[in-house]
Design a protein around this ligand. Structure first.
Ligand code: MN3
Length: 205
């Protein structure tokens, strides 16, 4: 089974004015598709790895043969990261999380605005291309940053949400001003989906 580009649950222009139509279109159809194509090529002859579950593939990255490991980190990571990214955004969202996720964020970071400040700081500090994540590990939240297309699952940390700070994610609209992109991005954060990801990691644990 080859990996395939997931369909978006909204139109390419739906996240305007915060994320523009052209960026969304290129990001999904060119960048994300490119990672998938290269991942499929890397796995030719190695189809036993992952069993078409991208999370499992990335979690067990150490088990892959050396000659394809780096390509799978880059392109499998790219596929996993973007698949989550499209889902944790939606039009008409933003605001604040609810329920146990809100409680957990508040008890970890003292309040929601402090969490946002810390997340933004990490996004601005990420040198070059990468991602900033809210992760959960043994029921504890933390903010971590990774380079390139690395995913926290490679360190067995579960990503609840993450922001793509590669220039391809914001350059057309925000040019070099990453801070403006991060500020705008909060308006399209789909907390309901992130709450679901949080619940799946905390129930029965
Ligand atoms: Mn990207």
């Amino acid at each position: 089974m080859k990996y395939e580009l997931p369909k978006l649950r909204y139109e390419y222009q739906a996240l305007e004015p915060y994320i523009d139509l052209t960026t969304m279109t290129i990001h999904h159809t060119k960048h994300h598709q490119g990672y998938i194509d290269k991942l499929n090529t890397a796995l030719e002859g190695n189809e036993e790895f992952g069993g078409n579950n991208i999370e499992e593939l990335i979690k067990s990255i150490d088990k892959l043969p050396d000659e394809i490991q780096k390509r799978v980190i880059n392109n499998g990571g790219g596929h996993l990261n973007h698949s989550m990214f499209w889902e944790i955004m939606a039009p008409g969202t933003g605001g604040e999380p609810h329920g146990t996720l809100k409680e957990s964020i508040t008890s970890t970071f003292s309040d929601f605005n402090s969490f946002k400040d810390k997340f933004k700081e990490a996004a601005l500090e990420r040198f070059g291309s990468g991602w900033v994540w809210l992760i959960i590990n043994n029921n504890k939240l933390d903010i971590v940053s990774t380079a390139n297309q690395d995913n926290p699952l490679m360190q067995q940390l579960y990503p609840l949400m993450g922001i793509d700070v590669w220039e391809h994610a914001y350059y057309l609209k925000y040019q070099n001003i990453r801070a403006e992109y991060v500020d705008a991005w909060w308006n399209v954060v789909n907390w309901r989906e992130i709450e679901n990801r949080f619940k799946k990691q905390t129930v029965h644990k």
